[in-house]
Write a protein that binds this ligand. Structure first.
Ligand code: MF3
Ligand code: CO
Length: 273
C-alpha cells in the first residue's frame, strides 16, 4: 500500500522539499570548471545547516555499507550515488549530476539535476534536454486515477523515441517520512500497470538516462553507479505531491518559512512521532 499523507505531513514535506530545492539551486550556481566535487559537498553541508536541515544520505545504509557523504555528485558516466572527493575536479565539457536529499523537522525532500560544466558537446546538451523533459512528462502523468506504470511508460517512451536508454537498475520512489517508501517508480514499464494514484501521495520521480546502453554497474567503492559502456548519463528528479487538481512539484526553490514556523513544525513532528 502506498502511504497517503495527511495535511500536517504534507506541510512538513512541502517545507523539506523547499529546503532541498534551495540547496540544490545553490549548488547548481557553483558548478564551473576547476572546482572539486568536494567543494560542492562542503557547500551543500553549509547550505543544509543554514536552512535547519540535515542530509538524509549521510550514513544511509544499504546492506552493511553506510553512505559516507552528504550529497551525491556524479560526473559524466557516473549515473548516481557518486561520492564527492577532493581529487575529482570538474572540467570544461563534463556534465555533473547533483542529488540532494534533506531531512527537515523530521520530513524528507529529494531532488536532483544534471548541469553542464562550461561548454559541452551537442549530444550531451540533447541528453540533458531529453532527460529533463522526460521528468516533466513523468510528473504530468502523475495524475489521480492514473497508475504508477503510466509514469514509467511515459518516461520510457519519450526517452527511447530520442535514441537514449533508461536505467533499469534504479527506480524512483515514494518519499516524505522516509527516504525510500512505497511505491517503486521505474522509468520503464507498461501503461496501466501498478497501483492507482490517489491524492496525498508524495513521489520522487527521477529519470536516469544513458547516452548508450541502459546497463550499469557499481564501482568498488560500493556506491558509485556507472554506465557499463562508459557512456554519459543524466539524472533529473523532483518530489511531487498528487492532488485532485493534478500533480504539484514540491521541490521548487523559494524563500523558506521563518525559523519560528520551522520550530513549530519540528515540535509537531516530535509530538506525532
Ligand atoms: N536520491 C537518491 C536516492 O533516492 C539519494 C540516495 S542517498 C544515498 O536513492 F545515500 F543512497 F546515496
Ligand atoms: Co530519489
Amino acid at each position: 500500500m502506498i502511504p497517503l499523507k495527511n495535511e500536517r505531513q504534507i506541510r512538513g514535506i512541502r517545507e523539506a522539499c523547499t529546503v532541498a530545492a534551495n540547496v540544490l539551486q545553490e549548488l547548481k550556481g557553483l558548478v564551473k570548471p576547476g572546482i572539486s566535487t568536494q567543494d560542492l559537498e562542503e557547500a551543500g553541508i553549509k547550505a543544509m545547516t543554514r536552512l535547519g536541515a540535515a542530509s538524509a544520505c549521510f550514513g544511509y545504509q544499504i546492506g552493511s555499507r553506510r553512505y559516507p557523504a552528504h550529497t551525491c555528485i556524479s560526473v559524466n558516466e557516473e549515473v548516481v550515488h557518486g561520492i564527492p572527493g577532493l581529487r575529482r575536479i570538474l572540467k570544461d565539457g563534463d556534465i555533473v549530476s547533483l542529488d540532494v536529499v534533506v531531512r527537515h523537522a523530521g520530513y524528507i525532500g529529494d531532488n536532483a539535476v544534471t548541469v553542464p560544466v562550461g561548454a559541452i558537446a551537442p549530444t550531451l546538451t540533447e541528453l540533458l534536454r531529453v532527460t529533463e523533459q522526460a521528468l516533466r512528462l513523468g510528473v504530468a502523468a502523475a495524475v489521480v486515477g492514473n497508475r504508477i506504470g503510466d509514469i514509467s511508460a511515459t518516461v520510457q517512451r519519450y526517452v527511447e523515441s530520442h535514441g537514449f536508454s533508461v536505467v533499469r537498475d534504479l527506480v524512483g520512489h515514494g518519499v516524505g517520512l522516509a527516504m525510500h517508501e512505497e511505491p517503486q517508480i521505474p522509468n520503464f514499464g507498461r501503461a496501466g500497470s501498478g497501483e492507482r494514484i490517489k491524492p496525498g501521495m508524495t513521489l520522487a520521480i527521477e529519470p536516469m538516462v544513458n547516452l548508450g546502453s541502459y546497463r550499469t554497474k557499481t564501482l568498488a567503492d560500493g556506491w558509485t553507479v556507472v554506465t557499463s559502456d562508459g557512456s554519459a548519463s543524466a539524472h533529473f528528479e523532483h518530489t511531487v505531491l498528487t492532488t485532485d487538481r493534478g500533480p504539484e512539484i514540491l521541490t521548487i526553490p523559494q524563500p523558506v518559512l521563518s525559523p519560528v514556523h520551522a520550530c513549530d513544525a519540528a515540535v509537531a513532528a516530535r509530538q506525532s512521532a
